[in-house]
Design a binder for this molecule. Sequence first.
Ligand code: SF4
Ligand code: SF4
Length: 260
Amino acid sequence: MKEKIKKFINHYVKEYSDRKEIKTKWREPIVKFSNANDEMFIKLKEIVNPTHALPKDFLDDAKTVIAYFIPFDESVVNSNLKGKYSSEEWAKAYIETNELIFNVNKYIKKKLSDLGYKSTIIPATHNFDEDSLMSDWSHRHVAYIAGLGKFGLNNMLITDKGCCGRIGSIVTNLKIERSKRTNNEYCLYKKKEICKKCVQRCVNNALKVDSFDRHKCYEILLYNDELHSDLGITDACGKCCVNLPCSFTNPVSKDIFGGN
Ligand code: SF4
Ligand code: SF4
């Protein structure tokens, strides 16, 4: 079943990417699975937000959480290297990927329903409290539980295909064997206290080695939203994800800076 779900998601993303009306290109997704009763979900109430949802809040008999990372094509990432504000391509990719995630979830929901299983569609974003800026379903943390990657100093999940892309998740009552989580770090700072390039790239002093000012960060996201208001909701920035050793890959496994 694992392979079937992976195939469904990969096939859907490839087909979507080829549509004439879609501007963004994506690389092949990574798909992982977690047990919906994993005790880590309860810990998210401490780590992320006391109101963070549990899989069973979406489905009473939830068995599995499917988490996937859809990496942006290099062209999207490279468009966002220069300047203080996000590129039009990056803003567009943000919107189109959110729509893609919604459509992937709808597609998987239909496939699972055809097989006699239930699942829920969770939007890719905007499920957060505007005052605290905390999410009630953090796709990044859910993806971490599924073993998709590890957090970097830039607060992004670094996967085997880097951190430039977006994460989606689906809760289902289909039982699927969980994927393994690794103990290894994927961030060069967390592994060897080197790099810190993401901090140097932050455009509003929001990201520091020992702190993150989410309100300063949100200022930039809102500015970008205004800047690209013709495209829809584009509260994204991404400057601390691009032009980094972890943009496209897990730099620790590639041993980019030598040693391990
Ligand atoms: S740029 Fe370096 S320090 Fe920052 S998240 Fe990536 S690997 Fe870690
Ligand atoms: S998203 Fe932009 S403002 Fe926020 S931490 Fe990254 S670079 Fe800084």
